[in-house]
Every structure is written in structure tokens, then in C-alpha cells.
Design a protein around this ligand. Structure first.
Ligand code: GDP
Length: 303
């Protein structure tokens, strides 16, 4: 889609410019070529391990196919990137919705990555599809977090269940689940705190919220979405590792892809952590959220 292409413009430009440079000087596929290719990939935040995996696979592929000309090599690169991303997983990882009633989604991630914004955008989408949406302000820790979610609620026209700043987030979640059930809501999205200063506390808090949700609605939460800021590159990777260790993350939301030339982080995270990227944020507006489509993404890098 047009929005998608625009959002990835920075990554595409820098990545494809460097690719084009690489191919402009193309003579043959030798070790120099692979060295330069590794540089381009690492420069786009594809990550060291994933880069090595790609270039190793490519070396073999190029040999196998006896690919010597530019077009054949380029095609092999694209195929390897898509393959590395998809590795046995469904091609288009969608948000898991409960077909028989209330869907509950928990949003986790450190402060500033775009959790609240993502919830607002998604609420807007579901609302537009005619679904009844409810939001829960589970970040009672950061000053302003409740207000911010309330503002989003007003903007898109959905109710926000909240307590007082400093209150018990588990109590907010409990109230929100109750309200969602009594109002026959379709979707409840829960914002959570993202302070990393006290990791153990935060993880305990998330665990407690999850237990309440599991107890009140069998089969829920249907998604635990970890939100990561793509502009933070390898830091996003470290956060993902930390959250994955303690929380059953079911999918990733990669925000601010519009603000980075290093969208390669998508490949790195997927390849090294095996968590599917489900949504990408491509701007600050209500409509700037898209489902992630791996092959569209990789082909986009070369267009
Ligand atoms: P939270 O602390 O995780 O809830 O983060 P916020 O939702 O408050 O977002 C932090 C900042 O990032 C805000 O200024 C958002 O407008 C901005 N933001 C969120 N998602 C995106 C995105 O996809 N693209 C851009 N450019 N900005 C974003």
C-alpha cells in the first residue's frame, strides 16, 4: 500500500541506495562482494547474527545456482531475506481475535516506545469495523499515562477504564474486564507500565494482570503484544530479549518505522527471537498502523 511504502521510505532509500552502489560496482561475486553486502546489512540494523546467516546462505545459493550476473544475485538476495523472515511461520501473522466473544490484548514495552499510541490507533481501526472497544489504563505509574490514554479514548470515541495515578493496575484490569463482560465488548486493550528501573516489580505486576485476565476470561489474553521502537535499533532487540524471558509475548508491534533508515531490525528480531511482527507503526496519526506483511516489506526494500 501507499502508506506502507511511504512509511518505509527512509529504510528503503538508504538500503536500496547502498545496494545499488554495491551493484553499480558489481564485477563478480567474490569475498569482497560479500564483505560489502555484510556492511550494508549491518548498517540497516539487520544484526550481526542474521547478517552472517544471510550471507552464508547466499554463498551457497550463488554457488548452487551458478549465479554470476547481477540480476541472478539480486534475486537470490531477495529470496534469502524473505526466507529468513518467514522460516516456517505463517506468511501473514494476524492478530488473534476470539471468534466467540471478548478478545483481550495486553500491551507491554518500555516507556516511550509507542504503546499508548498503538492502542489508540488500533482502537480506531476496530471501532471503524463496527466492533465495541474498551481500553484499560494499566499504566498507573508514569505521570500522565492515564490522561494520555483518556485523550486517545476521546479522540476515537471509546471508553477508558482507569484508576488514580499510583493505584493498583491489577484492580484497574479487574474493573475493565468486568465492564467489558457486562457491556458485551468485543475487544479490551490493556495499557501497562513500562518503567525499567525496577524490572522485577514490573514483571510481577504484568504477571498479576495476566493472572486476573486468565481467571476472568478463559483463553485470554489472546495477545500479549510487545511494542518496540524501531529507531532504537539493537536496543529494541535487547528489550525484546528481556521481555521474552519473563512474559509470554505472542507478537511484536514495531513502531516508528517511518522515522528510521534502519528497518532491517524487523529481520533481526524475527530471526533471532522467533516472535512474529504483527503490526508496524508508520507515523503518529490515527491511521498510521498496518499489519505487517513480510514479503511486501522485503520487496519494498529493493523497489
Ligand atoms: P508509550 O510511553 O509507550 O505509551 O509511548 P507513546 O504512545 O506515548 O509514544 C511516544 C511518542 O512516540 C509519541 O510522541 C508518539 O506520537 C510517537 N509515536 C508512536 N508511534 C509512532 C510511529 O509509528 N511513528 C512515529 N513517527 N511516531 C510514533
Amino acid at each position: 500500500t501507499e502508506k506502507y511504502e511511504k512509511g518505509l521510505e527512509k529504510t528503503r532509500k538508504s538500503f536500496s541506495e547502498r545496494m545499488n552502489e554495491l551493484f553499480a560496482n558489481f564485477r563478480t561475486v567474490d569475498e569482497d562482494f560479500f564483505d560489502e553486502l555484510e556492511e550494508v546489512l549491518i548498517g540497516a540494523d539487520v544484526g550481526f547474527d542474521t547478517t552472517m546467516e544471510i550471507t552464508d546462505a547466499l554463498r551457497q545459493e550463488v554457488k548452487l545456482r551458478n549465479a554470476k550476473n547481477q540480476g541472478a544475485v539480486q534475486e537470490a538476495i531477495i529470496e534469502k531475506l524473505v526466507e529468513i523472515y518467514e522460516k516456517g511461520e505463517p506468511e501473514k501473522p494476524e492478530i488473534n481475535l476470539n471468534p466467540d466473544g471478548l478478545t483481550i490484548m495486553l500491551f507491554v514495552g518500555v516507556n516511550g516506545v509507542g504503546k499508548t499510541t498503538t492502542i489508540g490507533k488500533l482502537a480506531h481501526q476496530y471501532q471503524a469495523e463496527g466492533k465495541k472497544v474498551l481500553l484499560a489504563a494499566g499504566d498507573t505509574f508514569r505521570a500522565g499515562a492515564i490522561d494520555q490514554l483518556v485523550v486517545w479514548g476521546e479522540r476515537v470515541g471509546v471508553d477508558v477504564v482507569h484508576g488514580v495515578p499510583g493505584g493498583d493496575p491489577a484492580a484497574v484490569v479487574y474493573d475493565a474486564v468486568k465492564q467489558a463482560k457486562s457491556e458485551h465488548a468485543d475487544i479490551l486493550m490493556v495499557d501497562t507500565a513500562g518503567r525499567l528501573q525496577n524490572k522485577v516489580n514490573l514483571m510481577n505486576e504484568l504477571e498479576k494482570m495476566k493472572r486476573i485476565i486468565e481467571r476472568e476470561v478463559p483463553g485470554a489474553p489472546h495477545e500479549v503484544l510487545l511494542v518496540l521502537d524501531a529507531t532504537t535499533g539493537q536496543n529494541a532487540m535487547i528489550q525484546a530479549k528481556q521481555f521474552k524471558e519473563t512474559t509470554d509475548v505472542t507478537g511484536l508491534v514495531l513502531t516508528k518505522l517511518d522515522g528510521t533508515a534502519k528497518g532491517g531490525i524487523v529481520l533481526a528480531i524475527r530471526n533471532e527471537l522467533h516472535i512474529p511482527v504483527k503490526l508496524v507503526g508508520l507515523g503518529e496519526g490515527m491511521d498510521d498502523l498496518q499489519e505487517f506483511d513480510p514479503s511486501e516489506y522485503v520487496y519494498g526494500l529493493f523497489s
